[in-house]
Design a protein around this ligand. Structure first.
Ligand code: PBE
Length: 268
């Protein structure tokens, strides 16, 4: 049991992000499943508001529990830890996958091939995220990463031909991780001659727009757990291009200075 009554200090609140995020649904499930969390609530706002609240709490050494995920720059900026999840509500290791609309392969084969070949490491994504969190624009951070990683980019464009202004629409949710990946893919495609639009949506609409063929694709599918429901609902209308990143994870995250290691100990 923790020595301090963190629950009371935090107003029995888990600081969430966008209402449609998988990690928010999982946090709500955790509140249901862990008896010690009865009476707690998951607040929703935005990833940016969560990051601000986390930064302020750390500055004042106050307790906070956030809905967290990896890859994310917050682990490089602050000393944080995932709370153990003995009931496995948040699932295990995840992949981030690329989904495209049906028909893309025939209509825009070069765009399809780049999206299919896009694949990087958690450390790559973190590099871009950190630069954005330090104030760079997503395009600028993406271009910097591209110029330092030309070998990887060459593998993504291998076997493709340059195009002359073919339009591509990518969709994302404005999560820091997806801002990084989507902008890197978009900048690579622009260098190949595509005209790329990035449209931010909520999570459900992001999946539905690709399934409906309104958008060409997305690189933001967290599976098998985080977006499992969205995948089940839309999988018959999508083409799954496989993982673009391995070793992703979601969970409840707290600062290291908090004297608690498990979700079960939050309000013991
Ligand atoms: N995330 C980032 C998303 C997926 C990517 C973990 C905040 C979510 O929870 O749906």
């Amino acid at each position: 049991a923790s020595e301090m009554n963190y629950g009371e200090e935090m107003g029995y609140e888990i600081t969430g992000i966008e209402a449609g995020a998988g990690v928010v649904s999982s946090a709500e499930a955790a509140v249901e499943e862990y008896e010690n969390l009865s009476g707690w609530e998951v607040s929703t706002s935005s990833s940016g508001a969560m990051a601000t609240a986390l930064g302020e709490a750390v500055e004042n050494e106050e307790p906070i529990v956030v809905t967290g995920w990896t890859p994310h720059w917050k682990f490089a900026k602050y000393d944080l830890k995932y709370l153990e999840d003995p009931k496995e509500v948040f699932g295990g290791e995840e992949q981030i996958k690329t989904m495209v609309r049906q028909g893309l392969k025939d209509e825009k084969p070069n765009a399809y091939k780049i999206l299919d070949q896009f694949n990087w490491e958690a450390s790559d994504m973190e590099e871009v995220m950190l630069e954005v969190s330090d104030g760079a624009s997503p395009e600028e951070a993406a271009q910097n990463w591209i110029s330092n990683n030309q070998d990887k980019v060459d593998a993504w464009t291998e076997g493709t031909e340059e195009v002359d202004g073919t339009e591509v629409e990518l969709v994302l949710v404005n999560w820091d991780s997806e801002i990084a990946s989507t902008n890197v893919v978009a900048e690579v495609m622009k260098e190949q001659g595509f005209e790329v639009t990035i449209t931010p949506l909520d999570n459900g609409p992001m999946w539905e727009s690709v399934a409906a063929g309104e958008a060409d694709g997305m690189v933001a599918a967290w599976l098998p757990g985080t977006h499992g429901d969205q995948y089940e609902q839309n999988k018959d209308k999508l083409e799954d291009l496989g993982a673009n990143l391995e070793g992703a994870k979601i969970g409840l995250v707290v600062p290291e200075y908090m004297d608690v290691d498990s979700i079960e100990d939050l309000e013991a």
